[in-house]
Write a protein that binds this ligand. Sequence first.
Ligand code: PAF
Length: 280
Amino acid sequence: MFVCRTISEVRQQRLAETGASWGLVPTMGFLHDGHLSLIRAAKAENDRVAVSIYVNPTQFGPQDDFDSYPRDLERDLAILREAGVDLTFTPTDSVMYPAAFETAVSLQYLTNRLEGAARPKHFQGVTTVVTKLFNIIQPHRAYFGQKDAQQTIVLDRMIKDLNFDVEMIVCPTVREADGLALSSRNKYLSPAEREAATVLYRALQAAEAAYQEGERRGQPLRSLMREIIAAEPMAKLEYVSVANPETLFELEELAGNILLSLAVRVGKTRLIDNIPVIAQ
Ligand code: PAF
């Protein structure tokens, strides 16, 4: 496995085999089974797999957890070697954002809602860094988790709008046995908070069941999720959403596929989760 710290090291390796297809799994490190599922999908569909590890400062707001975000590069590199990854890109801030850097990639509308409303500038940081990663690594396919539903919708729009020659692959959310979606941030949870955190998936599942049983109004589904979260004393709701899975607009009359999503603080930890519901 080539461990590249600079852009020229990546280009040297990436261009060594011009005929090979490359899959990219962009990450912020502290790898878990969710990342490994993306890597497995990338390995199955490409000749070579690259993984980037970079805790991107521009996607964190002043109140966010940039400083405390879990990091363990040596552990991550051992996991990636074991997983058979071909190249890792682990840049420093000065490689990604040298002193005179001033460009940003941003979307006008899709990023105003949900996570974008709660975390201003977050998606601008994501789209800018992913654009850079695409230009540096030049993958044929890029792999992202459904867990960050809005991120996948925003990046899909960006790929189309800017004509990136990259196929976007969204892989299912990986969950613990009790339903908690895997996330590097789960590390922050105390044992009691970890138990309480199952409330996110329970709320989403209840809304999904109500929809499949015939509820066709958005408001009762939002109320149901709010009630379930309110019943968990360690959880504090930020938002619940029943939205169009393409535009992310909130829906009142429901027909067809919907995206159920929520953001909840459990103790100090902010968790998000979602279920894309396919109408039966
Ligand atoms: O999903 C993440 O881990 C990050 O948002 C990403 C895509 C690696 C960009 O920093």
